[in-house]
Design a binder for this molecule. Structure first.
Ligand code: ADP
Length: 600
């Protein structure tokens, strides 16, 4: 398996052309519109370029000889050109707008689609805010660049080219004087380009740090309040925004220098043209109209360049945005089907035997969580994982689900190394109930249906009945059509757990992984949940990270995990007889429960 991670560093090594080529690839589906936009802008540039010629003609044929023959036709041509410009503006806005919308949509979609495929480990390392700003502001920036950027670039270059050609045609000597400034301008521009890109890259980086901090601040708002952490959070936020201020000001100061430099160089060119051209008029070598046209060209020749210069920071910003978004899109999922896990071959039935053979695992290199961990679970068994926090219980469950893969050793399902099988084979037989189950905004029925999208109303109801969720659902306003708020904020913890159990019951997986909730619910709900779990774990292999004594007692096997090792193993009676760690945990919990019962 090849894991390719493109980092900012990779891109700094001069992959600019590649980035832009990839970015331009997003306009491929709209190549007709892009071609139309280019034609429109060239047309626009032609109209702009001929205007000074008209002025020249007017001076030399009407104003200087003081005659009006043909003036009517001339005026009509002028009006036609004005109308042509009006049309070009309209066509540009419509076409550019379309490209902008489509391209940012496509980039956003490509990013979002890819996020669905990425493995757990990717999300461990990226704050939600970072991902959000890739899909929102970055995608928008890129759409804008690929539409309005094209507009400015094509117009600017076409206009400059045509003006240069016309000037050379009118008077080669004067043209050379004006154009002499050009190499200097190009040199300055390329120098500025490099430096500004670096500065804007820093701005975007700090920006996404801020978005990340915002996101954490909002998600964790309740926790912050209960822990009276507001001041500390504010301080942290101020340090982020302070950094943002510094890098932004540095970038803006630098970018602001460019325009004055371009203006001064342009003015030198115009002054030289005026000086030499003026002498030419006096000597009778240059017509009055030609000088006026030349001055007009000399001053407006640098206009497109200035516009391009204004666009430069944006282009550079876009390149930075593109680098980030591509680094996301190009990350290969760490867990993916190996070439041998052919989807075509007939897949064996899923029985549910799970075997860990000398499995090693680490989230971060040099911090092993499991080493040489072996475990053999027969199909249909319920294995309760108990032990202190951080012992490795969730890690074992995550590895069984193939959310992460072992860094050493093998995990076999029904005798097959699961890396040789399609991911889909395991995960389509897998059901998970998390400690804090995630509910989506939508109806109760939709939330249960998430376990099996094609389920009928009757099936949903049966699943809810089996896990004892039906009675509480019927008490809600509109029953199964009750609207669940984002992440189930309008339901109690116990109700959310029952719904999550109903969802898995409906999916009817062969392998169940259940992380029992630690937060206490009332005794009545506790009993309902317990009986639901018992029904759910019947006839399937179950890994339960168990906190409830009743679950633990009923499990076929209990593994007491500590520091990634099984320190005690057996059924409830056996472990009690051992008088070891489990015995201690059990008696403590048992006494706690009794105490609660007595007090309650
Ligand atoms: P348990 O479920 O028994 O509480 P875990 O399996 O969650 O324990 O954690 C085992 C160890 O792995 C802990 O030291 C924990 O800090 C670490 N760990 C868990 N999840 C991650 C993760 N996503 N990234 C890095 N370290 C992790």
């Amino acid at each position: 398996m090849i894991v390719r991670h493109f980092t900012d560093e990779d891109y700094k090594k001069g992959l600019d052309a590649r980035t832009w080529a990839k970015l331009l690839g997003y306009t491929r589906p709209y190549r007709l519109q892009v071609a139309a936009l280019i034609l429109i802008m060239v047309f626009f540039a032609i109209l702009d370029a001929v205007t000074p010629i008209l002025t020249m003609y007017a001076i030399d044929h009407f104003a200087v000889p003081r005659q009006t023959q043909g003036l009517g036709w001339f005026a009509a041509l002028f009006a036609l050109i004005a109308a042509g410009r009006g049309f070009a503006v309209w066509a540009m806005i419509v076409t550019g707008g379309r490209i902008n919308t489509h391209v940012s949509y496509d980039i956003r979609k490509a990013g979002f689609d890819h996020l669905q495929e990425l493995s757990f480990s990717y999300f461990d390392k990226r704050p939600v805010g970072w991902l959000m700003s890739r899909l929102t502001s970055d995608a928008e920036t890129l759409g804008r660049t690929l539409s309005w950027g094209i507009v400015d670039l094509v117009w600017g270059f076409a206009l400059m080219l045509m003006m240069a050609a016309i000037m050379l045609w009118l008077n080669a000597k004067l043209a050379v004087v004006v154009l002499l400034v050009l190499p200097l301008l190009v040199l300055t521009t390329s120098k500025f380009q490099k430096k500004t890109l670096e500065k804007y890259r820093a701005v975007r980086k700090v920006n996404s740090e801020i978005t990340g901090a915002f996101n954490e601040g909002i998600i964790g708002a309740k926790t912050t309040k209960t822990l009276v952490r507001e001041d500390a959070n504010l301080k942290e936020f101020l340090s982020h925004t302070g950094k943002m201020h510094d890098v932004s000001v540095a970038a803006a100061c630098y970018a602001s220098l460019y325009l004055p430099v371009v203006l001064i160089l342009g003015a030198i060119g115009s002054a030289a043209a005026l000086w030499i051209g003026g002498n030419g008029v006096v000597a009778g070598q240059v017509t009055y109209g030609t000088l006026v046209a030349f001055l007009s060209y000399a001053t407006s020749f640098f206009q497109p360049l200035q516009d391009l210069a204004k666009r430069f920071p944006e282009l550079q910003n876009s390149q930075a945005a593109a680098e980030r978004i591509f680094s996301m899109i190009e990350t290969q999922p760490e867990i993916q089907d190996s070439p041998t896990a052919s989807k075509a071959k007939a897949l064996p039935d899923f029985i549910g035997n799970v075997q860990f053979e000398r499995v090693g695992f680490a989230y971060n290199p040099n911090e092993p969580v499991l080493e040489g961990f072996s475990l053999d679970v027969q199909a249909g068994q319920t294995v309760a994982l108990v032990g202190p926090t951080g012992a490795g219980k969730s890690t074992i469950a995550n590895l069984a689900c193939r959310f992460y893969e072992p860094t050493a050793g093998t995990i076999r399902i029904d005798g097959h190394d699961y890396r040789d099988m399609p991911l889909q084979w395991l995960q389509s037989h897998l059901g998970i109930v998390q400690q804090a189950p995630h509910l989506f905004s939508g109806s109760i029925a939709d939330n249960i249906r998430y376990g099996k999208l094609e389920a009928t109303e009757a099936e949903i109801r049966t699943a809810a009945e089996m896990v004892n969720a039906h009675p509480f659902i019927m008490e809600l306003d509109q029953g199964y059509n009750f609207t669940v708020n984002e992440n189930g904020a309008n339901l109690s913890t116990g109700q959310k757990q029952l719904l999550a159990l109903a969802r898995v019951m409906l999916a009817n997986p062969k392998l169940l992984v259940l992380d029992e909730a630690t937060s206490s619910v009332d005794t009545e709900t506790e009993k309902l949940i317990q009986s639901a779990i018992n029904k759910l774990r019947a006839n399937r292999t179950s890994f339960i990270i168990a906190h409830r004594l009743s679950t633990i007692r009923a499990a076929d096997r209990i593994l007491f995990i500590d520091h990634g090792r099984i320190v005690e193993e057996g059924d409830h009676r056996h472990l009690l007889r051992l008088q070891g760690r489990y015995h201690k945990l059990y008696t403590r919990q048992f006494l706690d429960e009794k105490e609660t019962e007595l007090l309650g």
